[in-house]
Design a protein. Sequence first.
Length: 317
Amino acid sequence: MSMSAAVTSLTPLQELGIPVALVGAVFLAIGAEFQQHGVAKVASAGSERPKLGLGQVLALARRPSWLLGTVMLGLAIVLQLVSLSLAPLTVVQPLGAVALVITALVTARMTKQRLKAPAIRAIALCVGGVGLFVTIAAMTTTSRPITTTQLLIVVVILGVVLAALGVVLLLRRGKHVPRLFTVVAAGVLFGFVATLAKVLITRVETIVQSGMRFSPGEWLTLVCFAGLIVAALLGSYFVQTAYSTGSPEVVVAGLTVIDPLVGVTIGIAVLGEAASTPWWADAGFVIAGVLAVLGVVRLSRLQPPPVPPRRRPAPGA
């Protein structure tokens, strides 16, 4: 199969999903900046080491910056769902990497600091790796109808991931959770959210076209919806925790690099979208994935945790 023959041309309606996804990436970047500002303020108040507990989570609702960031992230999610309904997952998901570049520029502007060369190289690895990964996927993979068995496998894998993360949270209760772990966990969970959202959109369209007739197997659709909600809530918790221990670039890197890698990997390994790919594509997937993840790791090591605000000394102290 030649590369030219493998490239799937997009229809005008599908092409509309590209600018919609790009606008969503802008909202994601700015929303992340506002949310991180609010979380850092709440998490570090009265504590030498930033942490995010139940009391701090409730206090976030009183932070205007966090609320504004939440609204922007909500708009980003809505725009992502719209783009997913218009264009294939492998086209829409990588466009979120634009948010990482925007976030880095906005942070540099707000802190009045220039981006250093190591940070630029780490961001380049993230964007370049995920771009290469999905470019190969777009050229060599084909969308296939999702069977009930395949969907069940995705749900089971998500259940295993949720159970594993739950065990880690129980074991680490009251202890510091590594920043990189929270970032990767959030990216993995939102990768499942995007995949299940695409599946649910397709299933709802099928149900509507069939005159609202539900087949006996639609119970799995309800399970998918429940799994999506749980993954989104737990992923949001990890995002807020990551905000309290690191800069927004690291969090956005996890959401825009790990997220599409997980989504496309599910499409390849479970949904059979790469059943006929050549050997060079398989090698390219591995190389691109390693580059993208390496960029996230380097970025997480470069970005120091936010410094808690200093308390003014009490009068007479």
